[in-house]
Design a protein around this ligand. Structure first.
Ligand SMILES: [Mg+2]
Length: 431
């Protein structure tokens, strides 16, 4: 009588993450790089490391590190310029392998994704077996190593893929999660960035077990209302977030409703800058560029005003997109108006212009930019460094300098529109 049933499993979540992705692709495509210390990034002195091979990591080279420092640490370092079109191509192959297992695939960036394999168990075996099979397929079809975490929740699966690196798989049975979490350092909790970690340690909370044993009201006082509750739950292995399969993004956006209507143009502009920076980071995390920038404002009387501008070519550069948004905001002439909501949206999505990318990496081209603005490559380096730091520590730790005095709770700062399928902020190739 019974039809096919979804077999539930206590540990249905997989996190699949390529190892040193950009660097591994370069080693795959150029056999001369196999076994060599490789850093992907601009060879010029001002660049930062976008990805380092494990051979380079042995010398202390890390992503987001200035290339000058990386070369000092590792004199034999081979620096290879990034080829994003190639990384997107390999990313497509990876996601195709994952979607063969289940349609419930949530990409976090080009080289990592969550899967919910609860419904695939009858077909393919238990989740650790599925994880092992994925690793074999990725190795044989892409020629590249990846690591897999298997657990009851997204945060545990992500933690485990990190601990499994390089080229490994870790699985924790649900019943053992809280015990196994206890001795680990607090910074391994998802959402515990450097400042949060510092505050926790100041209060004597150095392990995840310490956080689990602390009254949630005290945690809320130490790290803030929302994060306190979240860290307490995560320390107990509780994470209700499900895997959300991404549709093809048609736009990426965020908007903020103010607690109180705002009539200060400086406050408004800063908030727009913050939203735009966040949205642009999510754009890059998906390997995309945008042509159209839209700014929306809702006035205190609930009237909406929008302005859009379409650029001559697609771009993923923060400074360009943010500046366009600011110009649009100014063009609304809101000086006397009370504003209830501000939003920022990027559409006309496509892949970054290959010609533009080449130009960004070309030192000679920059020398001709004599008007004093920062050359393209430096913006690219800044963007990628910021992305890498965000990927490692979470969004609140990086922003434009002018935002640094604008302390707010990050969770209140932006909410995605329903039409935005972007998720996660991981834009670096961090392991
Ligand atoms: Mg990775």
């Amino acid at each position: 009588m019974s039809g096919p049933t979804r077999t539930s499993h206590p540990e249905p979540i997989l996190h699949v993450d390529m190892d040193a992705f950009y660097a591994s692709v370069e080693q795959l495509d150029d056999p001369a790089l196999t076994g060599a210390p490789v850093a992907v990034g601009s060879p010029s002195g001002r660049g930062v490391v976008a990805a380092a091979s494990y051979e380079a990591r042995a010398f202390g080279v890390r992503s987001a590190m200035p290339m000058v420092r990386a070369r000092r640490l590792c004199p034999g370092l081979i620096v290879v310029p990034p080829r994003f079109a190639r990384y997107r191509e390999v990313s497509g192959q990876l996601m195709a392998v994952l979607r063969d297992v289940t349609p419930l695939v949530e990409p976090l960036s080009l080289d990592e994704a969550f899967l919910d394999v609860g419904g695939a168990v009858q077909l393919f075996g238990d989740p650790p077996a599925i994880g092992a099979a994925i690793r074999i397929r990725v190795r044989s079809e892409l020629g590249l190593p990846c690591s897999v975490g298997v657990g009851p929740t997204k945060s545990i699966a992500k933690l485990l893929s990190g601990l499994a690196k390089p080229d490994g798989l870790l699985h924790w049975p649900a019943a053992e999660v809280t015990t196994r979490l206890r001795p680990l350092p607090v910074q391994l909790l998802w959402g515990a960035g450097p400042r949060t970690t510092e505050r926790l340690v100041e209060h004597g909370l150095t392990t995840i077990g310490d956080v689990a044993d602390t009254d949630v009201r005290l945690l809320r006082r130490v790290v803030g209302e929302s994060l306190g509750g979240q860290l307490h739950a995560l320390a107990h292995g509780i994470d209700p977030r499900g895997v959300e399969p991404a549709q093809e993004a048609r736009s990426v956006s965020a908007e903020t409703t103010f607690d109180e209507d705002v009539d200060d143009p400086v406050v408004l502009e800063r908030r727009l800058q913050r939203l735009a920076t966040d949205v642009t980071r999510r754009l890059r995390a998906q390997g995309l560029a945008a042509r159209t920038v839209t700014v929306k404002v809702r006035l205190a009387d609930h009237r909406d005003m929008t302005r859009s501008q379409t650029l001559p070519r697609p771009t993923d550069r923060t400074h360009e997109l943010v500046a366009t948004g600011q110009a649009l905001l100014r063009s609304l002439r809101l000086e006397r108006s009370r504003v209830r909501l501000v939003g920022f949206r990027l559409s006309g999505l496509g892949t970054p212009d290959a010609v533009t990318q080449l130009a960004l990496l070309d030192d000679e081209g920059e020398a001709t930019e004599a008007d004093g603005h920062v050359p393209g490559e430096r913006w690219e380096a800044l963007d990628r460094a910021a992305d890498a730091i965000v990927a490692r520590y979470g969004a609140p730790s990086v922003s434009f300098a002018s935002l640094l005095d604008d302390e707010e709770h990050p969770e209140a700062a932006s909410h995605s529109d329903a039409d935005s399928s972007a998720s996660g902020v991981s834009g670096s190739d961090d392991g």
